[in-house]
Design a protein around this ligand. Structure first.
Ligand code: F6R
Length: 248
């Protein structure tokens, strides 16, 4: 499993942003669109900041970029402070020239009986575009990727899921208490993620070291969904020294 370790988060984030920029530029040259799978949370913040800098200072355009975010809490209003729509707007979309109609983030406002059809359509939209060129991932301390918590099937698609208690505890600061964190989310599946032509999983800090050890070196099991990535030929783990500190 390819693992690249950088001295710190900043250095790693700049390198990942450069790879995304190079993909966008290569597609531009061919007159094609770059289809990106994006993550939220603390991990990719530095990558998005560097992409915004490349747009402002080096003229990187996002006119040919189409994005699909991994997940959104359910229920969730898009204009709520904790929504992943707000997160993406504040960290990336408000600061670059991506056409708004090219942005896709799972809808946290659906009625329950609309969700299954919506999720199927999310998969279809990705397939119609010939799949994701690159999927960016963080990892939760439960071993989740997207919000595919322990127990998720390797061939799972976009769907409504129940969040693990540890995941809700880790989110409690954003919501002012665990009791305010939604119990559910809509997430791309492990199967959806796997179909991306390139996958980059990033992790920073000692807090992630134990789960990174399990994800990279542990037995492949639905108990740690990120272990499924060991079966992919297109995945790279990008870590800082702290997150890599328990690897043998
Ligand atoms: C976010 C997502 C999650 C996070 C993970 C790590 O869209 O899908 O899997 O990547 O929970 O979160 P942070 O980066 O906040 O440690």
């Amino acid at each position: 499993l390819p693992v690249t370790v950088y001295p710190d988060e900043q250095t790693a984030s700049v390198r990942v942003a450069r790879r995304i920029a190079d993909l966008i530029l290569a597609k531009q040259k061919k007159g094609e669109q770059a289809v990106l799978g994006l993550a939220t949370g603390a991990t990719p913040v530095g990558v998005y900041a560097e992409l915004v800098r490349l747009h402002r200072e080096e003229g990187l355009s996002f006119r040919n970029v189409i994005t699909f975010n991994l997940d959104e809490y359910y229920p969730m209003q898009p204009d709520a402070a904790q929504s992943y729509v707000t997160f993406m707007n504040e960290n990336l979309f408000d600061h670059v020239d991506i056409p708004r109609e090219n942005v896709h983030i799972p809808d946290g406002t659906l009625e329950r009986d609309e969700i299954a059809a919506y999720c199927l359509n999310y998969e279809h939209m990705i397939e119609e575009l010939n799949g994701l060129d690159l999927q960016i991932l963080g990892i939760g301390r439960t071993g989740h990727i997207g919000f595919n918590e322990p127990g998720s099937a390797p061939n799972s698609g976009t769907r409504l899921v129940t969040l693990d208690d540890l995941t809700r505890r880790d989110a409690s600061r954003d919501f002012g208490g665990k009791e305010n964190v939604p119990t559910k989310a809509i997430t791309m599946g492990i199967g959806t993620i796997f179909k991306a032509r390139e996958i980059i999983l990033m992790a920073w800090s000692r807090k992630k070291a134990p789960i990174i050890k399990k994800a990279v070196e542990g037995e492949i099991s639905s108990e740690v969904p990120a272990t499924y990535l060991q079966l992919s030929d297109n995945v790279e783990f990008v870590l800082d020294e702290d997150a890599a500190s328990e690897l043998t």
